[in-house]
Design a protein around this ligand. Structure first.
Ligand SMILES: NC(=O)c1ccc[n+]([C@@H]2O[C@H](COP(=O)([O-])OP(=O)(O)OC[C@H]3O[C@@H](n4cnc5c(N)ncnc54)[C@H](O)[C@@H]3O)[C@@H](O)[C@H]2O)c1
Length: 341
């Protein structure tokens, strides 16, 4: 039975990926430091026979002991600080988890390879935000220049460069994915889509940064997991793969679409549910958009969920799992972050 490690496995994408890998009959080792953004809601009912959890920071050298004991075939690195607003308030946390944490993983793989003559393939999960703000007709491909705008994007960019350097210099087997915005079950409620769904259900205004003109590309988390799995199996060492859908939509239109979907479910919408424009995020990028031709052509990946179906399924999931929101401190639903300058 193949064993793989998922770091950040108690986060949104990590927990979806663990469920995906367990279905594929892998033995999965989850490493997560379980700080504020952990939420193992999706993992509470999994069968633990082929699953092991370590509460550990990815900066910890004990990762080598886990390599030695379990001899994993691969490590999917998803552990990261991920909220752009928080990266404006506390950039150091982002340098620590996203850059130094990735550096430690690379170092432990290098030591393990040298000492025990074994390889571990690193699937390093990155983002479209490394490419920075795009002009009207632009899309980023894997050769586009990195121009990160936020401390979050810069920390992800730094980690990507380290991964590439360890591949070339030390022959570490690694691939990088640069994916667009994810949505789906179990997303931490400070992110856009769960915030909007929560506020619609609780009869609260819908806060939209600036004028809501920021354009993002969206993928259902299950399609992202399929892409990561293919990159693990067939991706060429030392290379990057964009994972995108061409589902680009402005935040304002996304909000209107969500309201429409909830209405379709015959849920009455309270009077206070109105779009409220709030102060914009400093340095807010207007547009991210990916060219994902490479993964489609070389690895034969394509997203399975259409945007409308994916969003409907997501709304259904939150409606059927309203207790998910009780897992988090209510402060995070209302506290505005990222305005400290
Ligand atoms: N959500 C998106 O739209 C998106 C898009 C592209 C790429 N990504 C990338 O995917 C990965 C996962 O994102 P997510 O949305 O699931 O984030 P998330 O915030 O929901 O989960 C991150 C997880 O990592 C853990 N973690 C953070 N720092 C750690 C450390 N130092 N040691 C151990 N565990 C640590 C947290 O406890 C949390 O469980 C991130 O690397 C992110 O940059 C996310």
């Amino acid at each position: 039975m193949k064993k793989v490690i998922v770091t950040g496995g108690n986060g949104f994408i990590g927990s979806n990926l663990i469920i995906f890998l367990l279905k594929k009959k892998y033995f999965v080792i989850n490493i997560d430091h379980n700080k504020y953004s952990k939420n193992s809601y999706l993992l509470k009912d999994i069968n633990k026979k082929r699953y092991k959890f370590f509460r550990l920071d990815i900066n910890n050298k004990k990762i080598l002991t886990i390599f030695k004991k379990y001899k994993p075939d691969a490590i999917f690195n998803l552990a990261a600080e991920t909220h752009v607003d928080r990266s404006i308030d506390r950039p150091k946390d982002f340098i620590s988890s996203n850059i130094l944490g990735t550096f430690n993983i690379l170092e432990q793989i290098r030591i393990y390879k040298k000492r025990y003559k074994r390889d571990i393939k690193l699937i390093h999960v990155s983002t479209d935000e490394v490419y920075g703000d795009l002009k009207k007709n632009e899309r980023s491909d894997e050769g586009s220049q990195y121009r990160p705008s936020s401390p979050y994007a810069a920390s992800k960019a730094g980690a990507d460069h380290l991964v590439k350097s360890y591949s070339r210099t030390f022959g570490i087997k690694s691939v990088i994915s640069n994916c667009c915005n994810n949505y789906g079950p179990g997303q931490y409620p400070e992110k856009l889509i769960p915030t909007l769904i929560f506020n619609i259900l609780k009869n609260l205004p819908l806060p939209i940064y600036g004028k809501g003109l920021n354009l993002r590309e969206w993928i259902h988390v299950e399609d992202h997991c399929e892409g990561l799995f293919l990159i693990y199996k067939k991706g060429r060492n030392g290379e990057s793969y964009n994972i995108g859908t061409n589902n680009n939509i402005k935040n304002l239109n996304l909000t209107k679409l969500l309201i429409k979907i909830v209405k379709k479910k015959k849920i009455s919408i309270g009077k206070k549910v109105k779009i409220r424009f709030v102060k914009d995020r400093p340095g807010h990028d207007l547009k991210y958009s990916l060219n994902s031709f490479k993964i489609k052509k070389k690895l034969k990946w394509k997203p399975k969920k259409t945007f409308n179906k994916g969003l409907e399924d997501t709304v259904d999931w939150y409606l059927n799992n309203t207790k998910f929101f009780n897992y988090f401190s209510k402060k995070i639903f209302f506290k505005r972050l990222g305005l400290k300058l």
